[in-house]
Design a protein around this ligand. Structure first.
Ligand code: AN0
Ligand code: CP
Length: 317
């Protein structure tokens, strides 16, 4: 595997989940695979889970890992070609990327949508430059339009907890005080559309996601209706995608917060969220603390999804 940015990079999804569950049973089985290989993780944005779980995954495979926070100690990077660099940016990304590539064997990149230019975000301007210029296999640790390590971990978690062959999975928008990217819901939809689940998306009007990810999924604007009989409730906030509101907050309606009353509409459904989560905006204290909340095992599976992807990249070196 040379790049990991979306569900298709995994090939057969059932086989990928099977491989992940095998890795979970014995996560040190491949500890020689990464000997003398270096994993570089480059962060343009904050992280708790991705930083720790991906580093752990690399260590399980016997790799050396290096973490670089671009905004803490590295030079400020220019990303536009042709700019006269007489401002505050010291280094161009076109030199920085191949230099970073020269010190490692595999690179993970976190570079969120900036909400300044929709085209730049949806063309994955930063991530694609790493793919093009690093000379290394590159995986997304949440880029502008996707968070495929999260969605893979979510699918593994659903596989572990499902009580039916084809569970009903509902992705619901929920309110949040700040504008958040569409990366997590995009990738979740990307994966659920390929998985053996009944997939429903619910959000207020105006929060429609990119058709490229929604594909044939059912969109139900009435949250209560969508939640009826759900086996899994996947909550997430995102800012508007459609023009002319790209990157804007259109609603902070707390009627969309996932509460016990909302969960009562489900078929004793499980609650999921990628974390970090704002309590009593996205989900109430009682729901996230309930036995039906699987946010912690979901986060723990980030180590497994990352290890499966990095293992496949090591095998392709
Ligand atoms: C980020 C987001 O919504 O994309 C990261 C989630 C994994 N969340 C925040 O910035 C709060
Ligand atoms: N879910 C997730 O990616 O969390 P972090 O932003 O803390 O890495």
């Amino acid at each position: 595997m040379r790049t990991y940015t979306n569900v298709k990079d995994l090939g057969n999804l059932d086989e990928a989940v099977k491989e992940a569950l095998e890795i979970k049973k014995n996560r040190f089985a491949y500890k020689n695979l990464g000997e003398n290989k270096t994993l570089l993780m480059v962060f343009f944005n904050s992280s708790l889970r991705t930083r720790l779980s991906t580093q752990k995954a690399g260590m399980n495979l016997g790799m050396n890992t290096i973490v670089l926070d671009i905004n803490q100690g590295a030079w400020k990077l220019e990303t536009e070609r042709g700019v006269i660099m007489d401002g505050d940016k010291t280094e161009h990304i076109l030199e920085a990327i191949p230099v970073m590539g020269s010190y490692c064997d595999i690179i993970g990149v976190r570079a969120f949508a900036q909400f300044e230019n929709k085209e730049d975000d949806y063309n994955e301007k930063i991530l694609n430059q790493f793919i093009k210029y690093s000379g290394r296999p590159v995986f997304s640790m949440e880029a502008a339009t996707g968070h495929p390590l999260q969605a893979f971990a979510d699918l593994i978690t659903i596989e572990e907890y499902k009580k039916k062959d084809r569970p009903k999975v509902v992705l619901t928008w929920a309110p949040h005080p700040k504008a958040l990217p569409q990366a997590v819901p995009n990738s979740f939809a990307d994966f659920m559309n390929e998985a053996n689940v009944e997939f429903v998306i619910t959000h207020p009007k105006g929060y429609e996601l990119d058709e490229k990810f929604v594909r044939g999924a059912k969109v139900e604007y009435d949250q209560n209706k969508a939640l009826e009989g759900a086996d899994f409730v996947y909550a997430k906030n995102w800012a508007a995608y459609t023009d002319p509101n790209y990157g804007q907050i259109l609603s902070k309606d707390r009627a969309w917060t996932v509460s016990s009353e909302k969960m009562a509409l489900t078929d004793n459904g499980f609650f999921m969220h990628c974390l970090p989560v704002r309590r009593n905006m996205i989900v109430t204290d009682d729901v996230i603390e309930s036995p039906q909340s699987i946010v912690i095992p979901e986060a723990a599976n980030r180590e497994i999804s990352a290890q499966t992807v990095i293992k496949r990249m090591l095998e392709s070196l």
